[in-house]
Design a protein around this ligand. Structure first.
Ligand code: BGC
Length: 831
């Protein structure tokens, strides 16, 4: 903080910091003879705090001060309270709950990670024309307990309205029965100004249904998996206990809490019995769509209860809507998973006994996040935490803030967030200060990894998460996917060393730039020698292996083309079911579309079978799931014990949707120069993208009716763009300046060009991803598991009809099915 703090941290002498302890209520009365010209309240806590003054809650933050690496950085929010001060008696008060500083964090069932007791810090700065007076937390404060009987982020809050002292936060209250406070020792130099938007109540959702379950329970469905809590108004007899159990999912007609593991996620309200009472818990939040309500007097009505969505109050900056409802839902799911996992810290999930700042998750999702919301505040603050913890311990923690029992070791995608996140933010916002601020942390990490390389230049030792949650990994070993973990590590190192070299160059550190460029060369050469054949086949033949080699520019041009073809064949062979985890998923569609396999990228994106991008959407998902099959086709929950329904990492494909369907690519960091190149496919007929860049608003829309394409583009002052008009018959490019532009033109008649029948040869079909897909799917319905090879030499001249003569048992029904499958793709309009 700019000024030396005068306050101290105080706690009730009776506080123990133990589980289920009532929240601390603190107050101090003071008299003023004159009104100050300005009054500022700075308030924070070890725990979470709700500040009160003269009978009212101060500010609109919730769960303040959020979660940072408290020992190094404890944020002190400021509130202008000039209008709340009166001449005469005033009261400064606060309720302090356990929050992240004391409550249990992580699945190891450990609590008190930062503090033994809850503590309040406050400074009320009163400015007069001739002087400044400061009322600060000290031993003049008095303490008691009130309605908040217990509060836990994971387990929920219990509030007994009968025990709330009336008027405790206003002047004239008799606090003679209240106890004393004592000073808690805490490093005051850790106090820092707010760097991120606070957590706020951002939206309210009404129930979409109130259900009576088969067992007779009342369940409220809010229609959306969200982070927050509920607020209700009830009229009940004194002592009535209303319990609210939160869940993401219902199975067999009942709420199912399997996905939240040991988190109790249960709030309880005990009524005072004096007319209508409204309550919302203060010191907890849950990840939920359903709430089971127990003890409600009479019938619960739709207007009695609402869900209050809470998260860091960032500015929304990105939107995409297409003609396909399933894709729109996928996009919405990514947006919601982002919102739900930005409650102060970018977390893996918001519901179970975890909710940690997992580095790999945000690394995978960062480009998407930075498009959807302005994340400079939240992620900038988080990167500061990462850097201070890295400096203190010598390693980048796997979770930031770090609460794991054991020290983390360097891993690809997780720890290398230290490099790739500042880089992603720089790409989005174009501000070199982001790189300068993170430079020490970035270089420290990359040099640490450089020292671990083997003689060949490969990152071939040590623990790696690999392609985490590859759907083919054993259920109990999510790191044991198909793709060699050290291949993944060395590939990511090719990426991060390139980012480092570019960063050093931007910051004018040419010696470092040369060092990191040489490192890239070394690792890339070693990677190619170890994992890539001369023609471009990648060891292990996995989708992720190919995607990384292509996307991270590890291959030469000829190898890249071949690798692209092999990748396209692999995804087709898998029936466009997804086969990648955290490492490969953000890149596979790019690797396809960048090597001329746009159709395959769309087929992958739009597949609905399990596992696939859209499978969860077809199962009613309203957020992105942790596993491709968190809920299995039979409706049961994946029994692995790690099955959140709200994990943004696998939603990273949305970044490809923004660039490829929406068509917006920043050619220069910060969008001063753009490429606008929507690439229609997948039978989409329209898309509308909007993005608020640091330069201003960009809008891109395209729509295809019959054979007419209409494209609209708006770009802000001070920017230019090259526009590649989608499906234009002559492949036209335009240069544009700021303003609004529109083009209308006829596209080639794709229908005639793509006519497939039983007379088509197998080669003709296999050359067209959509046709081959339709054909092989229809064939597999009759002959499951029988392979078809469109690249066999005889496929070049053998028609489908001829082939059928060689298929024993080929029925008329099969012929008809094949004919109609081929007809259906003949009519499609794609690039
Ligand atoms: C988290 C992940 C995380 C992973 C790494 C899980 O428990 O939920 O998303 O990245 O652990 O170990």
């Amino acid at each position: 903080m700019s000024q030396r703090p005068t306050g101290r941290f105080i706690t009730p002498t009776t506080a123990t910091g133990a589980e289920n302890e009532p929240a601390a209520y603190l107050r101090r009365e003071f008299r003023l003879d004159d009104l100050p010209t300005r009054a500022i309240l700075r308030v924070t806590a070890l725990g979470v705090v709700e500040a009160h003054m003269n009978g009212a809650v101060i500010g609109d933050e919730v769960l303040s001060p959020g979660w940072t690496s408290y020992r190094h950085r404890l944020v002190v929010p400021e509130h202008d309270v000039t209008d709340d001060i009166v001449v005469g008696e005033n009261v400064l008060g606060a309720i302090v709950g356990e929050g992240w500083a004391l409550g249990r964090l992580g699945w190891e069932n450990k609590r008190n990670h930062y503090a033994d007791r809850p503590a309040l810090f406050a400074e009320l700065v009163l400015e007069y024309p001739d002087r400044t007076q400061i009322i600060a937390t000290d031993t003049d404060f008095r303490a008691a307990t009130g309605g908040v009987r217990s509060n836990s982020i994971y387990d929920g809050e219990t509030y007994d309205a009968r025990l709330e002292p009336d008027g405790w936060d206003a002047a004239g209250f008799d606090d003679s029965g209240w106890g004393a406070v004592e000073i808690v020792d805490w490093p005051l130099d850790a106090l820092t100004e707010t760097a991120a938007e606070p957590i706020r109540r951002v939206q309210e959702l009404a129930p979409v249904a109130i259900i009576t379950s088969p067992s007779g329970k009342t369940v409220v469905d809010f229609g959306q998996n969200l982070s927050g809590r509920v607020r209700f108004t009830v009229t009940a007899d004194a002592g009535t206990v209303i319990a609210l159990r939160h869940a993401e999912v219902m199975t067999g007609g009942e709420v199912d809490v399997e996905t939240i593991r040991t988190a109790k996620a249960t709030d309880q309200y005990i009524a005072r019995g004096e007319g209508a009472e409204t309550w919302e818990p203060r010191f907890t939040f849950h990840g939920f769509r359903y709430v089971e309500v127990d003890g409600w007097p009479g019938e619960l009505g739709l207007t009695d209860i609402c869900a209050v969505v809470i998260h860091s109050d960032m500015r929304r900056t990105g939107w995409l809507e297409t003609s396909d409802p399933l894709l729109n839902q996928l996009h919405s799911n990514a947006v919601w998973s982002m919102r739900d996992n930005f409650v102060g810290v970018p977390t893996d999930c918001p519901q179970r006994d975890e909710r940690l700042g997992w580095t790999g998750d945000i690394n995978a999702f960062a480009p998407t996040a930075a498009f959807l919301y302005d994340v400079r505040g939240v992620l900038g603050s988080w990167l500061q935490d990462l850097a201070v913890e890295q400096k203190a311990t010598g390693f980048v923690p796997w979770v930031v803030p770090d609460v794991l029992s054991n020290p983390s070791s360097p891993t690809a995608l997780w720890s290398d967030v230290a490099v790739s996140l500042p880089w992603a933010l720089y790409r989005e916002y174009g501000d070199p200060k982001i790189l300068a601020d993170a430079y020490e942390s970035m270089t420290m990490f990359i040099r640490q990894v450089a020292a671990l390389l083997d003689n060949e230049g490969l990152w071939s030792t040590g623990f790696q998460y690999g392609d985490w949650l590859d759907p083919d990994a054993p259920m109990d070993n999510p790191a044991g996917g198909k793709t060699d973990r050290h291949l993944v590590a060395s590939a990511y190192l090719c990426k991060t060393t390139q980012e480092m070299a570019a960063t050093a160059h931007i910051l004018g550190r040419e010696d470092d730039a040369a060092e990191f460029a040489a490192l890239t060369q070394r690792v890339r050469a070693a990677f190619r020698a170890e994992y890539v054949t001369e023609k471009g086949r990648v060891a292990g033949e996995t989708v992720t292996g190919y995607a990384l080699a292509i996307a991270f520019d590890i291959l030469d041009e000829r190898q890249r083309r071949h690798a692209g073809d092999l990748l396209a064949r692999l995804v087709a062979k898998a029936g466009y079911r997804i086969s990648t985890g955290f490492a490969g998923t953000p890149l596979v569609t790019d690797a396809l579309s960048r090597t001329g396999h746009l159709d395959e990228a769309y087929l992958l994106l739009m597949e609905t079978g399990c596992p696939s991008f859209l499978y969860p959407v077809t199962m009613g998902a309203t957020t992105i799931w942790e596993r491709w099959d968190s809920i299995r086709p039979d409706g049961t929950i994946n029994p692995s014990g790690m099955t959140s329904l709200n994990h943004y990492a696998l939603g990273a494909v949305v970044d490809w949707m923004h660039r490829t369907i929406g068509g917006l690519i920043a050619l220069e960091p910060g969008y001063k120069r753009m490429r606008i190149a929507p690439a229609p496919g997948g039978n989409l007929t329209s898309s509308e993208l909007r993005h608020t860049t640091t330069q201003g608003d960009v809008a891109i829309s395209w729509s295809l009716t019959e054979q007419t394409m209409t494209v609209g583009v708006t770009i802000p002052e001070g920017t230019t763009a090259e526009v590649a008009l989608p499906l234009h018959p002559d492949g036209e490019m335009r240069e544009i300046a700021a303003g609004t532009h529109e083009w209308t033109y006829q596209v080639p008649d794709a229908g005639t060009a793509r006519s497939f029948t039983l007379d088509s040869t197998l080669k003709e079909l296999s050359d067209d991803a959509a046709a081959w897909r339709a054909f092989t799917d229809a064939f597999a319905r009759h002959f499951p598991g029988v392979p078809l090879d469109g690249s066999a030499p005889e496929a070049a001249f053998m028609s489908v009809s001829t082939m059928l003569e060689y298929v024993p048992g080929a029925s008329e029904e099969l012929r008809d099915d094949l004919a109609s499958a081929l007809a259906s793709v003949s009519q499609g309009v794609t690039a």
